[in-house]
Design a protein around this ligand. Structure first.
Ligand SMILES: [Zn+2]
Ligand SMILES: [Zn+2]
Length: 342
């Protein structure tokens, strides 16, 4: 079968053996795999200390092709499933440690990620799979990471006491994760202010039905004037400027949810203790989500309340050019590989 591999930072499509599913694993024939910005960061070596060789890809939709021992408790051959859980938690979690029991399996010391969905077949731990209704198209593969990450972040508004109806800002609202967050926050009943850059991107944000779509340059003024600061900022930007803006948009005692991960070269987010004293923000990071979050998101998508903005579909052999296009910001929506065989 074909599979994409990074070798010293260079992308290759190699011929490799089809994996054999192990204990509690299911072998999935991949029908579509989303291209995530973190794949690009891995390929470009943006994250210090992360190896630049190995298989890549962590969001996909496919069909269960074969089962390893014990996997029949979770899925059946022929089931259509979404896999990935954002990569970091989709491979395994113990289910019994304090973090697993608290609903934070990504902190489980035994948790394993998923990498390698840019391939014809992929073997995955069956309990992390979520079955899909036929109404959700293969092109929705990015729900597995981009969608789930946005869902996990919006859900944290509820756990931190930000009530539906309150104003929240989404920084990077037109982006691959931000556009999901806008739709999810709206379906939760929040008063959504979308922040992005440029006429075209703001037009897209407006089309998602926000209360306000504002350019980053004017956001502090406009948000201050219109709502007196937001109850929460969700920052999907991968730029430190977006992080700083997210903090400035908050009203006193607001919630700051960081989701983007700027390259290490962008330096640190600096905070003045007097600002902390005066503004009293709650600052948290939100990464991916749980298998239960994925089930809830699939329900929202099946109800037509969340759809993926896909700007590019291609074959496995297009992956290199898709990375170049993403790096150049050639389009706002996601890219999805819908043919893993060529
Ligand atoms: Zn991802
Ligand atoms: Zn655990």
């Amino acid at each position: 079968m074909k599979a994409a591999r990074l070798e010293d930072g260079t992308l290759h499509i190699r011929e490799v053996p089809v994996p054999v599913p192990g204990e509690e694993e299911a072998l999935i024939r991949i029908s579509a795999a989303g291209v995530c910005h973190s794949d690009l960061h891995l390929a470009r070596g943006d994250w210090r200390g992360v190896p630049r060789s190995g298989v890549i890809g962590h969001e996909a939709i496919g069909v269960v092709h074969a089962l390893g021992p014990g996997a029949e408790r979770f899925v059946h051959e022929g089931d259509r499933v979404i896999l990935g859980l954002g990569g970091t938690g989709g491979g395994y979690w113990c289910g019994a440690c304090e973090y697993c029991l608290r609903g934070q399996p990504r902190h489980c010391s035994e948790s394993k990620g998923i990498l390698g969905t840019f391939a014809e077949y992929f073997s995955v731990w069956a309990p992390s799979l979520v079955r899909l209704p036929d109404t959700i198209a293969d092109q929705e593969a990015s729900l597995a990471c981009g969608g789930l990450t946005a869902y996990g972040a919006v859900k944290k508004l509820l756990t931190h006491g930000v009530r539906p109806g309150r104003p929240v800002a989404i920084v990077g609202a037109a982006g691959g994760l931000g556009h999901y967050a806008v739709q999810i926050a709206r379906s939760f009943g929040y008063d959504v202010i979308g922040v992005d850059v440029g006429v075209e991107r703001l037009e897209f944000v407006r089309s998602l039905g926000v209360r306000l779509a504002v350019d980053a340059d004017e956001a502090v003024d406009v948000v201050g004037r219109e709502v007196g600061g937001v109850d929460a900022s969700l920052v999907f930007s991968a730029k430190m400027a977006g992080f700083r803006l997210g903090l400035k948009l908050l009203r006193k005692a607001g919630l700051f949810v960081a989701v983007g991960l700027p390259p290490t070269s962008e330096g640190n987010l600096e905070l003045n203790p007097f600002e902390l004293f005066l503004m009293d923000p709650t600052i948290i990071y939100s990464a991916v989500g749980t298998v239960q979050d994925m089930r809830e998101l699939v329900d929202l998508a099946a109800a037509g309340r969340v759809t993926s903005h896909v700007s590019r579909v291609g074959a496995l052999s297009d992956l290199g050019s898709i990375f170049d296009e993403l790096e150049a910001g050639a389009y706002t929506g996601r890219a999805v590989i819908t043919d893993l065989t060529t």
